[in-house]
Ligand binder design. Structure first.
Ligand code: SF4
Length: 697
């Protein structure tokens, strides 16, 4: 495609990638990005992905015309928009007539703007009238969301503005490698340390982040819950519990106090491998002031006991009296660009806009009134993301899938199985701006506009609603997702209105969210513009927004935070003689999520060209593997072949593979599908594997 037309001047907007949503200006010819100083999250910093974000707009294989397969086995060929949308509407009608409304599944993404996430949820519920909608954010932070709701009655990522971090006495980061995943975030941690605060990192690898920590705990994968309980045991023993706070602002501590009695330090050391003195030091660092912060990320959350693991850390934070203080508390580091907003406006199987429960009659009445429909037509809860993907093509599962902003063939757990499920569909339509690994399998591919080519809002990891602004014109032939949904709603004779203007959709979202936990009613584009973003909840236009939602009270019926006792059970799949090594997965500096975007950017590919497996030299020697050789890594679900990288920064019993690559290096071919009972999060972060040198070395 031709170089996009440049809007006059640099347009202030935000990065297309992660939840930090770094501020950048986009403009010039050729188009380039420059970091913004006025955005607190990055204050003039960008990572390598952000610096090269303009190249996404001109990737050589950008889709600019719809593609369609005439029949099963036929190649994807260019077609008109009318043909593509007519085909989708025709397949929807055919399959729903034969199999019922739930024959159509919808799968969304945590990178979609709030407007698109909202419209997609509405489209599923009242245009398709299917219950079968969920999104890839279920794979991201759903365990933390469930734990936040359980303890605080509200799921908001950070407990305050990002600038609070610098005022913390200590920050303990559990299962997050921010030095690589969101490097500008490190500035806040560095500032905190320069002011005398301490950084504690919990990670099975001595990551780039752990190397900058004052203390690094390196537990065995899948043992974070035991570690948190052991730390609480020590906090009680050392007299660090803030009894006044516990009495005034919480409930349920006695049951937790009793349950962590069993987590004797020696026992916890045996479970986790973390020496008792390190645990004790971590507790003392956290307990030395009441402005300490515990942050979890995917390493702690993507487990079959993810909700309980996060709960264990929240219990620790509550016992130390941290939540509700400026700079202190518990927070979740959301990963995807709109990971926070994407989960608030109706893409989730069990939710309506405003973070309302779909089975709550009052919520259904409210949202139905905004949509102009009878509440009776809104379906009930559907399947969670993995369960939805796993049911594709089954007798009682969806026969067709409409997919927006996601690439599950690479990013879903046990992705070989998910590939089979997708191949078993009668019909697949994908909206994307490149032919991702999932789009390649579609019957219809819709070329969509991307980040700097359209307007909308994103809610970053602080809970601050931001404006994404259109900076360049989309190439000819491309449509926005709002235009796609409006075109389909029209063909399906859907009730309600289907604006293609983001500002109008946002106004409708505000009305739909009004009164819900994630209340956007008072947030307007003008306010975001003039105030540099607005924190939700914000129930009215004269409300200032809520930077620190737990300062006065928690959002539970009695205003108190809730302790919940939780017990360690270990990973769903432990190591054994056949599969003797733990596998953990994660991200690298140069790539983002499934890599569908960053694997197309030359400087990022140069920086990180291929997948690899990190192995401790001792384990490599035992496995007959040498540095740089190809290794076969096999789990009960599949095999990948990747290059060995020998490092002494990882535990002897654990290997690490980043999950950004497809084909032979697709880490998620190996991962486990055991689900957390509360959040339905799969256990991405630990499974059992064996290593063998590749025959062709
Ligand atoms: Fe973009 Fe995240 Fe990098 Fe910031 S840290 S530039 S938001 S990818």
């Amino acid at each position: 495609p031709e170089t996009p037309t440049v809007a006059p001047g640099g347009t202030p907007t935000h990065c297309p990638y992660c939840a930090l949503q770094c501020g950048m200006a986009v403009g010039g010819s050729p188009v380039r990005v420059t970091p913004r100083e006025d955005v607190p999250a990055n204050r003039g910093g960008l990572c390598q992905k952000g610096w090269t974000a303009a190249e996404l707009l001109t990737v050589p294989d950008r889709l600019t015309t719809p593609l369609m397969r005439a029949h099963l086995g036929a190649p994807l060929e260019p077609c008109t928009w009318e043909e593509a949308l007519d085909r989708i509407a025709g397949e929807v009608a055919r399959l729903q007539e034969r199999h019922g409304r739930d024959a159509i599944g919808v799968f969304g993404g945590g990178g979609l703007t709030n407007e698109k996430a909202y419209q997609l949820g509405k489209f599923a519920r009242i245009a398709l009238r299917t219950s079968q909608i969920d999104y890839n954010g279920r794979f991201c932070m759903s365990s933390a969301a469930a734990a936040l709701n359980r303890a605080f009655g509200l799921d908001r990522g950070l407990p305050g503005p990002i600038t609070d971090l610098a005022r913390a006495d200590a920050i303990m980061l559990v299962g997050g490698n921010v030095a690589e995943t969101m490097p500008p975030f490190m500035r806040h941690l560095t500032e905190m340390r320069e002011r005398g605060g301490a950084l504690v990192v919990i990670d099975p690898r001595r990551t780039a982040t752990a190397k900058q920590a004052d203390l690094h705990l390196q537990p065995a994968p899948g043992t974070d819950l035991a570690l948190a309980n052991g730390m609480l045991h020590l906090a009680i023993a050392e007299g660090l519990v803030d009894e006044d706070f516990v009495a005034a602002r919480t409930g349920g501590f006695e049951a937790v106090r009793i349950s962590v009695n069993a987590y004797w330090p020696d026992r916890v050391e045996r479970i986790t491998g973390v020496p008792v003195p390190q645990m004790r030091e971590a507790v003392r660092l956290l307990g030395r002031g009441n402005r300490s912060l515990i942050l979890t990320a995917r390493g702690a959350e993507q487990h079959a006991r993810g909700t309980d693991t996060v709960t264990a850390f929240i219990n620790l934070a509550l016992a130390l009296g941290l939540p509700g203080r400026e700079g202190g508390g518990y927070g979740c580091l959301t990963g995807q660009g709109n990971g926070q907003g994407g989960r608030e406006h109706g893409q989730k199987a069990d939710q309506l806009p405003g973070y309302r429960k779909i089975d709550d009659p009052a919520a259904r009445e409210h949202v139905a009134a905004v949509w102009g429909v009878d509440p009776e037509i809104i379906p009930g809860p559907g399947r969670s993301a993995f369960e939805l993907l796993d049911a594709l093509g089954a007798d009682d599962g969806p026969k067709a899938l409409l997919l927006f902003g996601s690439n599950p063939v690479v990013s879903a757990p046990r992705s070989g199985l998910i590939e089979e499920r997708i191949n078993a569909l009668e019909f697949l339509a994908v909206s994307d701006f490149v032919l991702s690994e999932t789009a390649r399998r579609a019957d219809v591919v819709l070329p969509t506009a991307q980040w700097a080519e359209e307007s909308g809002t994103m809610t970053n990891l602080e809970g601050r609603v931001l404006r994404r602004r259109r900076a360049v014109a989309a190439p000819d032939g491309v449509r926005t997702d709002l235009e796609i949904l409006a075109g389909l709603a029209d063909r399906l004779a859907a009730p309600g209105t289907w604006s293609t203007e983001p500002a109008e959709v946002f106004d409708e979202l505000r009305a739909a969210s009004a009164g819900g936990p994630a209340d956007y009613a008072g947030i307007t584009y003008e306010r975001i513009e003039s105030e540099g973003g607005v924190f939700w909840p914000c129930p009215s236009e004269d409300h200032p927004g809520t930077p620190r939602p737990f300062a006065e009270r928690f959002h539970t019926p009695d205003g108190r935070a809730r302790f919940t006792p939780v017990d360690h059970t270990g990973p769903a799949e432990g190591v054994d003689a056949a599969y003797p090594v733990h596998l953990i997965t994660g991200r690298v500096l140069a790539h983002y999520q499934s890599g569908a975007q960053t694997r197309r950017i030359a400087p990022l590919v140069d920086a990180s060209p291929e997948p690899f497996v990190e192995i401790h030299p001792d384990l490599a020697a035992r496995s007959g593997v040498a540095e740089g050789e190809m290794v076969r890594v096999t789990s009960r679900r599949g095999t990948v072949t990747v290059r060995a990288r020998l490092v002494d920064t990882i535990r002897h019993d654990t290997v690490f593979i980043p999950f950004h690559w497809a084909e032979e290096g697709r880490a998620n071919l190996l991962t486990n599908t055991a689900l957390d009972p509360m959040s339905r999060m799969p256990e991405f972060k630990v499974c059992a594997v064996r290593l063998e040198p590749h025959e062709e070395n």
